[in-house]
Write a protein that binds this ligand. Structure first.
Ligand code: HEM
Length: 444
């Protein structure tokens, strides 16, 4: 434990705050090498000013361990003002302390193994339907289609909406809402933030309508909302409608934005590495997959799991996580002052050469039993974060990736069309600049 006096005598991390007011926000949002450039200059811990907050950027497995083991003592959950406002005051992602612990306990009910197994048949059906739809155009820009598919999966399996016009309407307003999450928080009719705020109101109206409808139903429905409506805390109290609205919004957001990005990376990386597709097909033959999955079969597909992990390592959908410093502390001989923000970095952790040799290379075998590179250091593989705030939907996410991956590889061929920009846009989640243009066909 460092005394207050010793703390105050420590230097602040190196780095600059950039311009008055906007700080270094524009480069942070637009420059994919923002962090690499500063890390080369200042090291693994440096200061900056982004999204209206003085922020310490920390990187590496030691930094992750420090942050995850001090969540709720030195740090509390926060997000930049724009994200916080759009998520709402009663969202798990912005709750902290005892409130967070008790709400999290209710939310995890929807992601326990029994619940997860119940999502499998519906997920397979929807996946099959979308894959068949994509056969007809032959050539397509895949990212927006993957987003619609993922939104359909999230809204029908998490909150039980009927697929069709209801989902299409929600998906459209969700897109504008998402675009405001990491924007400059200026609420004007033409700014990204202003438009996103109006979409939040529309989304909450829609969710409230749905909640009232569901409350009238007498039979339990096997979706995440069914579990949330039934969940009770230690005193026997359920979630109020006001809180449910924010929590459902969070699930819909977390449940489709990150997954669209990882599905897209999966499709891109496999198109660039056909030998991986061949190995996946061999594994499918070995476990006897012919068109319908069981949870047991998925458990046996260990190479598929390696491939998915490598996709999430190389292109993590969430680049990092914000915390507010609630008590000044010391890390790596620097002072981290109360009131600032800290951003831990998943992206950088996954490129650490002391854990992953040739970190830029796509190599699923690094997760094989005889290599297990991710186990070199604790908190060295953190696509889903860690500690008290580790992703609640991790098992759901892995199920979607496994189901989609299996059906796609089993029945389809796809190749990248020439002359497209595959460089990644990184905010809010990574996706290829031209949206991933492919030729798509059913295997003969
Ligand atoms: C939190 C990643 C899918 C729900 C997180 C965090 C990460 C993450 C890194 C921690 C952020 C932090 O430390 O502040 C991912 C990735 C996904 C994914 C990479 C897909 C590949 C999902 C899905 C759901 C979900 C499908 C729900 C259906 C949540 C929730 C939290 C969270 C509710 C907040 C947990 C808390 O604060 O206690 N996710 N996620 N995520 N995730 Fe996910």
């Amino acid at each position: 434990m460092t005394s207050n006096e010793t703390l105050r005598s420590l230097p602040l991390p190196p780095g600059t705050f950039g311009f008055p007011l906007i700080g270094e926000t524009l480069s942070f949002l637009r420059d994919a090498d923002f962090n690499d450039k500063r890390q080369n200059k200042y090291g693994l811990v440096y200061k900056t000013n982004i999204l209206g907050q003085r922020t310490v950027m920390i990187s590496g497995s030691e930094a992750n361990r420090f942050l995850f083991t001090h969540d709720n003592s030195y740090f509390s959950a926060t997000w930049p003002y724009s994200t916080r406002t759009l998520l709402g005051p009663q969202s798990l992602a912005t709750q902290s302390g005892d409130e967070h612990t008790s709400r999290r306990r209710l939310m995890v009910q929807a992601f326990l193994p029994k619940a997860i197994a119940g999502y499998l048949p519906g997920m397979e059906q929807l996946t099959d339907r979308y894959l068949k739809q994509w056969e007809t155009p032959g050539e397509m820009t895949w990212y927006p289609l993957l987003r619609t598919y993922m939104f359909d999966i999230a809204s029908s399996l998490l909150i039980g909406t009927e697929t069709g016009s209801e989902t299409a309407y929600l998906s459209q307003i969700f897109k504008t809402w998402c675009e405001g999450l990491f924007s400059i928080p200026l609420n004007l009719p033409w700014t990204q933030f202003g438009k996103a705020l109006r979409c939040r109101t529309l989304l909450l109206e829609k969710i409230e309508e749905l909640l009232h409808r569901r409350q009238q139903e007498t039979e339990f429905r096997n979706d995440a909302l069914g579990f949330l409506l039934a969940a009770k805390d230690e005193e026997g109290n359920g979630l109020t409608i006001e809180e449910l609205k924010d929590q459902v919004l969070l699930l819909l957001f977390a449940g489709h934005e990150t997954l669209t990005s990882s599905l897209c990376s999966f499709c891109l990386l496999l198109a660039q590495h056909p030998q991986v597709i061949t190995k996946l097909r061999e594994e499918q033959q070995k476990v006897g997959f012919t068109g319908t999955l069981t949870m047991e079969m998925l458990k046996e597909m260990t190479y598929l799991e390696q491939v998915i992990k490598e996709v999430l390592r190389l292109v993590p959908p969430v680049g990092g996580g914000f915390r507010r410093v609630v008590k000044s502390c010391e890390f790596n001989d620097y002072q981290i002052p109360e009131g600032w923000m800290v951003l831990y970095q998943i992206n950088q952790t996954h490129k650490d050469i002391s854990i992953y040799p040739n970190p830029q290379e796509f190599d699923p075998d690094r997760f094989s039993l005889d290599r297990t590179e991710e186990k070199q250091k604790a908190f060295g593989f953190i696509p889903f974060g860690g500690g008290a705030r580790e992703c609640v939907g991790k098992a759901f996410a892995m199920l979607v990736l496994r189901v989609f991956g299996t059906h796609l590889v089993h029945s389809y061929d796809w190749e990248l069309l020439p002359d497209q920009n595959l460089e990644l846009v990184t905010v809010p989640t990574p996706s290829p600049r031209d949206g991933l243009q492919v030729k798509f066909s059913r295997r003969r």
